[in-house]
Design a protein around this ligand. Structure first.
Ligand code: BV8
Ligand code: ZN
Length: 264
């Protein structure tokens, strides 16, 4: 369907839900997971981002997240993030409902001004205590002095060079982990409930920059479709979501969204 047909649909949408993945941050210079040079091109993602790796070698995971946090220093939201923040503002002004569900942990949507956001996989900038479960915001780079100058972990390294003493500690003495959802870990119940509700109740479901391979996020477009929503995809390459989509706008989110959402 054409851009103008989509824009007419958008004008008549009472409730818009958006799902984003790493592709929405690609034009901010952040490598995606599966694209060329992607973060997980060098590591086996489901291997590295897992409680098993954490239990075996927490220093290795902190080496990875410390590197990722450091690489975010000069990264800023791009026009795709700003377009989504602007359309939310316009929906709110017209008393129409909007919700953004993101798989990303870089917090660039928040930085761009998005407010009604569910971070399904957590945040690079939140830490959780393994002992008392306290969640705190932390933007220290490096995460502790022991990680000063440490780069990305050597994917072939069997054991990291960091010991438990080097890791960030909570007030209670417990070790702090990234407050992100690893493979094999369940998502926070309230995030699951909110994401399902926003997918079930919307009349337009916009999917931006995700390969739709990771569940339960990848199942949301089917929930939206089954509930009667129109599903729209903005993505560089074909993805599994294309099977349920009503419209498809192939290309770069930062180039397409401002014009498509008429917020340029
Ligand atoms: C769960 C945080 C219940 C951490 C992430 C077998 C055993 C155990 C589990 C499973 C299993 N089989 C399936 C599962 C479930 C598993 C899963 O889905 N595995 C997959 C690999 C099959 N899911 C889970 O484990 C989830 N929990 O199910 O709990 C449970 C419990 C126990 C046992 C079973 C079930 C938890 C999943 C959360 C994992 N954590 N991130 C971290 O990041 O370190 S997921 C990670 O992948 C990121 O969050 C990322 O966002 C997400 C998805 O990737 P994408 O965002 O889609 O990125 P990708 O690079 O793939 O794609 C980018 C797209 O953008 C591309 O299509 C590209 O073309 C496009 N693009 C690029 N540039 C642009 C662009 N588009 C537009 N413009 C551009 N400029
Ligand atoms: Zn604690």
């Amino acid at each position: 369907m054409s851009k103008s047909a989509f824009q007419e649909l958008l004008a008549n949408t009472r409730r818009l839900t958006v799902l984003t993945g790493a592709g929405v941050s690609a034009e901010s210079g952040i490598p995606t997971f599966r694209g060329a040079g992607g973060l997980w091109r060098t590591y086996q993602a489901t291997e590295l981002s897992s409680p098993q790796t954490w239990n075996r070698d927490p220093g290795l995971l902190w080496e990875f997240y410390n590197y990722w946090r450091g690489s975010m220093r000069d990264k800023k939201p791009n026009p795709a993030h700003y377009a989504l923040a602007e359309i939310e503002k316009r929906f709110r002004k017209d008393n129409r409902l909007f919700h953004l569900i993101t798989q990303n942990i870089d917090d660039l949507h928040l930085e761009a001004g998005s407010q009604s956001v569910t971070r399904m996989h957590g945040s690079l900038w939140l830490l959780r205590c393994c002992q008392c479960s306290l969640v705190t915001k932390n933007q220290d780079i490096p995460i502790t002095p022991a990680f000063e100058g440490s780069g990305s972990p050597d994917p072939k390294a069997k054991q990291s060079k960091f010991s438990k003493e080097d890791l960030p500690k909570c007030y209670c003495g417990g070790i702090l982990r990234p407050h992100v959802v690893w493979f094999g870990e369940s998502l926070a119940l309230e995030d699951m409930e909110k994401s399902h509700e926003a997918s079930r109740e919307c009349d337009l479901f916009l999917v931006v920059g995700t390969s739709a391979l990771v569940y339960p996020a990848a199942g949301l477009s089917t929930i939206a479709k089954r509930s009667g929503a129109k599903v729209v995809v903005v993505n560089l390459e074909p993805t599994a979501t294309d099977e349920v989509s009503d419209f498809n706008f192939p290309g770069k989110a930062g180039e397409i969204l401002p014009d498509l959402l008429m917020v340029n």
